[in-house]
Design a protein around this ligand. Structure first.
Ligand code: HEM
Length: 258
């Protein structure tokens, strides 16, 4: 195989990987959004449900496996995307300066690398905000409705119990890890207007990235040439608007209401 053919092949393989990891991340976003929409639930029940959901997300073996797949997809998609962007720029040193909007591609398709970098920065800050603090930081603990008793991870209220080093202790006996209050961490986080603005900007970048990315994933797998091409475009556009919009409403709502 000639060198040129090898390059084309590796570029094609890269496109498949980009498409596979990108479409997987689109599915992840739907699941993540569904979980986050629980933040709209008010009162003690809402807090408890969200914290129980967080326990499920961090302990269920199948979800853990999906989480590892998500981390891998984010890293792979970001690194591969960067390599493709750099290679494209090398192949076309003038860039797309003469490609007017609407001529060859819409604005987002010409800026996937920049949008992807903004999103990667968003994800790093986001993981530090909640995921890192929940897993490795100092967190508040979920208490019973009257505030007197701690809860075990499975939601059992331990009357008369106390928390020592993250575990519920009752009459000198260690009953296991206490439920953490991730709900409180999220609410507190979104009392900061700068963070709310950062999240909204992140969602705008995600919306533009998906406007091109969603349909492009299908195109890379050759699934856009048939009769479903127009439908994929429409679903992609709807997805790119609705999903980031709902994500963006959450911090704004929590900032205004709580
Ligand atoms: C309002 C917007 C969002 C909120 C309130 C939010 C909240 C959270 C919380 C509380 C966690 C830690 C607990 C968990 O794993 O469920 C988390 C994890 C995570 N979030 Fe978000 N998130 C938002 C948007 C996003 C977006 C748009 C992305 C991707 C672009 C994203 C990517 C992730 C990832 C990759 C994790 C780690 C998941 C895992 O460990 O399985 N989040 N998010």
């Amino acid at each position: 195989m000639s060198e040129a053919k090898g390059l084309i092949k590796s570029h094609t393989v890269k496109k498949y990987w980009m498409a596979a990891t990108g479409l997987f991340l689109c599915i992840f976003l739907i699941g993540h959004l569904a979980g986050n929409l629980q933040l709209f639930m008010d009162g003690y029940e809402g807090r408890l449900q969200f914290n129980e959901y967080a326990v499920f997300m961090t302990t269920n073996p199948a979800v853990k496996l999906l989480s590892y797949l998500t981390y891998f997809s984010i890293l792979f998609h970001a690194v591969d995307g960067l390599v493709i962007t750099i290679n494209n720029r090398k192949a076309r040193p003038q860039g797309y300066a003469y490609s007017k909007p609407g001529e060859n591609s819409i604005w987002s398709s010409r800026n996937m690398g920049i949008l992807g970098t903004v999103i990667l920065a968003y994800i790093i800050v986001h993981m530090q905000n909640f995921w890192y603090i929940y897993k490795f930081g100092t967190t508040p603990f979920m208490m019973s409705e009257d505030g007197s008793s701690p809860l075990l991870k499975d939601g059992t209220v331990v009357k008369g119990g106390s928390i020592e080093n993250g575990d519920v202790v009752m009459a000198g006996e260690n009953l296991g890890p206490a439920m953490r209050d991730l709900y409180e961490i999220v609410i507190q986080g979104f009392q900061e207007p700068l963070l709310v603005a950062f999240y909204v900007l992140g969602m705008i970048a995600i919306a533009f990235h998906l406007m091109h990315g969603f349909q492009s994933g299908f195109q890379s797998f050759g699934l856009k040439s048939g009769k479903y091409g127009k439908l994929i475009d429409k679903v992609g556009l709807a997805y790119a608007i609705i999903v980031p919009l709902l994500f963006a409403v959450i911090p704004v709502y929590l900032f205004m209401i709580k």
